[in-house]
Design a protein around this ligand. Structure first.
Ligand code: NAD
Length: 254
């Protein structure tokens, strides 16, 4: 089950955290993996790990917010069966202390970056009358979180784009779903804690772990397992859905 043999998968932000875990499991299941990454040296590390495990992968230096770069990379790749829109950046702040520049920066990467890849991938998927798209949203798309104004905006957009794309491309046999994780222990979280709570790293790590009723953060591999299922043929009846992966955060936090 969950084999991706013969499929070409594009994964953005595959040089770290969740994107790396998805790249590794997709390659293990037989996909030919293409990583689009702002930091190509980190993507190269993922590619080397995949090669060491006997898989096939290629890294592409690409800033997903730059449409021309994205178009050129997709053109070089050719046929695309699976797109995982995973690259994303964080921001802490409320409405008043989020600057217009910060809002634009989050929009450019988290929203426009996904749009750029969706547009490029759908062109190829339409031609072959099949494809699967997975957008990485967040619990921030579904509940009010303190000081996540810009980030929540971007993840809410990811959720809404998922519904729109799922609806419009039904006739082309293209499925589109999203996953909404609570906190996952990745460099994204470590960097966020180091930047925003210097000197209180351990205390904050414990505090953030306990905000999930299950008592810990998720592991990147746990997110990758759900993404693999949703992108596999076994999930062929699932489209236009969002899957929380949240240790009970949304439903059990009262
Ligand atoms: N870690 C969490 O707690 C958590 C929770 C919910 C959702 N998410 C989402 O999951 C996704 C991955 O998060 P992560 O924790 O693995 O983060 P991470 O920082 O470990 O990895 C993100 C990767 O994206 C790349 N990237 C950033 N901007 C890019 C750009 N413009 N073009 C190409 N690549 C770019 C980075 O270089 C990095 O390799 C993000 O969209 C994030 O919002 C994370």
């Amino acid at each position: 089950m969950f084999k991706l043999t013969g499929k070409t998968a594009v994964i953005t932000g595959g040089g770290s955290g969740i994107g790396r875990a998805i790249s590794l499991v997709f390659a293990q299941q037989g996909a030919q993996v293409h990583i689009l990454e702002l930091h190509p040296e980190t993507a190269q590390e993922t590619v080397s790990q995949i090669a060491a495990n006997g898989g096939t992968a290629q890294s592409h230096a690409c800033d997903v917010s730059q449409q021309e770069q994205v178009k050129a990379v997709f053109q070089a790749i050719g046929k695309v069966d699976i797109l995982v829109n995973n690259a994303g950046i964080a921001h802490v702040g409320n409405l008043e202390n989020t600057s217009a520049e910060d809002l634009d920066r989050i929009y450019q990467v988290n929203v426009k970056g996904a749009y750029n890849c969706l547009q490029a991938a759908v062109a190829s998927m339409k031609a072959q009358q099949s494809g699967v798209i997975l957008n990485m949203a967040s619990i921030a798309a579904h509940v009010g979180l303190t000081d996540r104004f810009a980030y929540s905006m971007s993840k809410g957009a990811m959720y809404a784009m998922t519904l729109s794309v799922a609806k419009d491309y039904l006739p082309f046999n293209i499925r589109c779903n999203s996953v909404s994780p609570a906190r996952v222990h990745t460099p994204f979280v470590d960097g966020f804690i180091a930047k925003n709570y210097p000197g209180q790293e351990e205390e904050m790590f414990q505090k953030l772990s306990k905000t999930q009723p299950i008592g810990r953060m998720a592991r990147p591999e746990e997110v990758a397992a759900l993404v693999l299922f949703l992108c596999s043929d076994e999930a062929g009846f699932i489209t236009g859905c969002d899957y929380p992966l949240d240790g009970g955060f949304i439903k059990l936090n009262s």
